[in-house]
Each structure stands twice: as C-alpha cells, then as structure tokens.
Design a protein around this ligand. Structure first.
Ligand code: HEM
Length: 446
C-alpha cells in the first residue's frame, strides 16, 4: 500500500524544496505570557504554509513555525507531556555540547544566536523569492505581535541561497537529499529506495518498521517533526589560505577542495568525475547525484572515505558493517548568512558569515546527533581513527586528513577551524493541526 502523507497538515519545509535562489529569515521570539503566545500562534496560523499549498503560498511567502522545549513549557504544556519528549530536545543543544563536539571556539559560551531556556521559544522561518518580498512578509511576523507585550522578538538572522547557489566556501549546495515515500513527484536518479516517511514525519512507519510517535495526544504530534538548527560560522579566508598552502597551482587547490568535500566546487561528484571537474555534470540534476560507493569505490580512491559528503551520507558504503545508514539520514535545509568574501581575498574581513542548517529528523538522537558525533567528529566508522570531517569537523581530536592519491597516499596536516558553531537548537515543528491545538489551548495548564 503506498503511503498517503497528510500533505495539508505537514509544514511545507519538511517535504518541499525552497525556491532557488531564495531570501529568508529566522525570527526568534521569547514568550513571557502563555495566553499572548497562543494568540500569536493563532494569528500566524493562516500564513503557515503546508506541503500541499507550497506551490501557491498565501501572499507569496513561505512561513513555517517552530517551538523549543522551553517554548512548549511556557505555552503551558503539562510536565507529564513535556517529560515524554526526546531527551536531546528536552535538554537543548547547548547542554549537549560535549557529545556534539561544540568545544573550544564552538562552545555555547561564544554562541550569538539565542538558545537554551533563556533563548528563544518560538521561531518563524520566512522564505520569499526576492528580497523585497522577504521584507513584506516579515511584516506578517511583526503584525502578529501587535499588542502582545508578553511575546518579544529576541533575534533575527537573515539567510538565503545566492543566485549562484554556492555556499561561502564556493561549493554548489542543495544537491542531495532523500526522497521520502509519499512526498509526491518522482525520485531523481541516485535518490535510491524512498526513505520511510517516519524518519522525517511523526505518525508514519519509520525504517525500523514502527510508527514514529510523539508525546501526549496525537493531536499534538501528528505530522510534526524536529529540526536540528545549527548556525555555523565559516572562516573563508582560512579555508582559501589552507588550499593555497597545500597545493602548487590553482588547479591543485580545486583538487584538494574536491577531495575534502567529495564534490568539485561546481557540484560535480568525484564519484563520476575523479580526475577533472565537469561543471555541466555538476548542474545536471539527473546525473549529479547518481552514484554509490560500495561496488565502485570501496577504498575511497575517487571519493575519500573521510570526505564530507561520504561521511554524512555513506550511501551503500557501510553495507558490510553493523551500521545501517538508512537509520541516520538527514534532510537538509541549508542556507547562507552574511556577505560573501569577495573572490580571491585571503585576509579575513571580520564579517560574520556562514551556513544555517535546519536538519529535519523525526528522531534527533539517532539522526542529527549520531551523524554529528560519530560521522563528522570521529573516524572510527571508516577506519580513520580519530580523524574528523575536513570541512565541518572538530579539530581538538585531529587536525589531519588523508586520502588515496597517486603515486602515494596524500596527507594534509594542520587543518584549521574552518567551521565554528555559533548557535544551535533542537526545535519541534508541529503539524498544522498540532499548531492549532497549541494555539487553542489543547490541554494546556494556564
Ligand atoms: C560549514 C559546514 C558545512 C558546509 C560548508 C557544508 C557543505 C555541504 C556541501 C557543499 C554539500 C554537497 C552538496 C549536496 O550534496 O547537496 C553538503 C552535503 C551534505 N551535508 Fe554538509 N556542510 C556543512 C556541515 C554539515 C553538517 C554539520 C551536517 C550534518 C550534521 C551536514 C550534512 C550534510 C548532508 C547530509 C549532505 C548530503 C550528502 C549526500 O547525500 O551525499 N553538513 N554539505
């Protein structure tokens, strides 16, 4: 039986791709008054875009609403229900810092995005197809706040995907994502067997063969999910200088960059073009993700086993190990913040720039937290000892990266903190019925 997803009840960002390029913002609110917060939710509800109305969003803006654990508590959710939420969500991301490798420069004491109990409680994700529309649509958030002194705007981060679709290190982004059963359309070549919907949406069967559920009444959690939000500062100058210092020509720099990522900066995968970039292949969505590792490249001669994309989604590479990669899939909604460092500049200009990831997962422990701690920040699973992800990994465990090359294996030493965490939170993205339930009071206590 094909799975029927309740598309009109699932917030759109879970299943639908953003317009590209796009202009967005995270508006972060603090709740001091439960009743007023519910009024805010009620006012926002008509604008919340579902997966069904994504193609024709109300007033041309895509708006989704998330809540933190403390946000649900401040809305008045009972302690009995709160206690049933997953531990990662209850504790909040900052409290998970040691496990997640947010240490040193990435320690939450340096974060600049509100987080934790005194951080933000409701988040509004606004997306629009132009900067002008973004400004207009942000007004929805501001208008919804009118007269509600008990709910305050405590943060705003502007994000987007620029017209060249590149992130700050210069790589084309937004190429690979799982195809979820029931999402509609057809999978692209390389997306493989559809992922079970319960990996990404509560209320459906997951890869373990059981229905993924949530705490309290079904009205609260049905069609909801969790996002792991990460604000990651990118040290673009350090990355460029590192490439320059470890290659003897511009072409050599591109090669080293590709070996760290697993794709050329054009998006073209090393798996399909191991020797030289093929930008046309990189642009072709029917070819640029159509590869596997197990049979074709078991030792990582093409795509190094420790490269970013092979770590975060090993595809079929771990077939002979005990790890089932399908239990650790993430659906990425990544976007950039901050100005691009002009082409060729090798000195840091002191501007904050980076990536904000909203990683969709119905089980934050075995999905985001597993990938971050075991695959990004450790190398054991690919027999690379304590070596970490050369793009996004922590450096206190290892600053070293190696990959097969001719005539001899190449080792890069002295990797720097190219990516530094500046904020993060596990948030709950209710279904639209769940939002209505929360807005209407549900069995809330106040
Ligand atoms: C500064 C930090 C990061 C940068 C610059 C970055 C950049 C990229 C780029 C350029 C791609 C290839 C494009 C694509 O396949 O769509 C990619 C893929 C991916 N990244 Fe990251 N990323 C970062 C951090 C992370 C983190 C922290 C996670 C998860 C914990 C993550 C998860 C993924 C996943 C799941 C993929 C898709 C891989 C695939 O399916 O082949 N990334 N990333």
């Amino acid at each position: 039986m094909p799975v029927q997803l309740e598309l009109d009840d699932i917030q759109g960002t879970v299943l639908r791709n953003r317009p590209m390029p796009y202009f967005g913002a995270y508006l972060l609110f603090r709740i001091d008054d439960a009743k007023q917060a519910r009024t805010l939710l009620r006012r926002l509800l008509p604008y919340v875009t579902s997966a069904a109305d994504w193609d024709r969003p109300v007033e041309d803006a895509w708006i989704n609403v998330v809540l933190t654990f403390e946000g649900l508590r401040r809305l008045g959710l009972s302690e009995t229900i709160l206690a049933e939420f997953p531990v990662e969500f209850r504790q909040g991301m900052a409290a998970r810092k040691v496990f997640l490798g947010d240490v040193g420069a990435s320690d939450p004491e340096h974060w600049d995005m509100p987080h934790g109990a005194n951080g933000f409680h409701v988040g509004l994700l606004v997306m629009a197809a132009s900067d002008e529309l973004r400004q207009q649509k942000l007004a929805v958030g501001h208008e919804a706040l009118a007269g509600l002194g008990g709910v305050k705007l405590v943060g705003r981060v502007d994000v987007g995907v620029p017209p060249n679709l590149r992130e700050h290190f210069g790589f084309a982004d937004g190429i690979s994502r799982p195809y979820i059963e029931g999402q509609g359309g057809a999978p692209l070549p390389g997306q493989g067997e559809p992922a079970k919907a319960g990996e990404f949406v509560l209320g459906y069967v997951n890869e373990l063969g059981v229905v993924a559920t949530g705490p309290g009444p079904e009205a609260l959690w049905r069609n909801g999910t969790y996002l792991a939000i990460r604000k990651i500062h990118q040290d673009v100058a350090a990355f460029r200088k590192y490439l320059r210092d470890n290659a003897d020509s511009p072409a050599g720099q591109e090669f080293v960059a590709a070996k760290m990522m697993g794709r050329w900066r054009s998006g073209c995968p090393l798996a399909l073009a191991p020797e030289a970039d093929d930008p046309e292949l990189g642009r072709d969505s029917r070819r640029n993700n159509d590869f596997a590792y197990y049979g074709e490249d078991p030792d990582g001669r093409r795509t190094p086993v420790g490269s970013h994309i092979r770590r975060v989604n090993p595809r079929d590479a771990l077939k002979e190990s005990l790890t089932d990669a399908r239990l650790h899939r993430l659906l990425r909604r990544g976007s950039s913040y901050g100005p691009m460092l002009p082409e060729g500049v090798l000195e840091d200009d002191g501007q904050d720039r980076g990536i904000i990831l909203a990683l969709v997962n119905a089980n934050p422990g075995r999905q985001f937290e597993f990938v971050q701690s075991q695959w990004i920040n450790d190398g054991d699973f690919v027999s690379e000892g304590s070596r970490t992800d050369p793009i996004a990994g922590r450096r206190d465990h290892s600053a070293d990266y190696a990959f097969p090359a001719r005539p001899v294996r190449r080792r890069l030493a002295g990797l720097l903190d190219f990516a530094v965490t500046r904020g993060g939170e596990h948030v709950f993205l209710p279904g639209i019925g769940g939002l209505r339930w929360l807005a209407g009071g549900g069995d809330l206590q106040t």
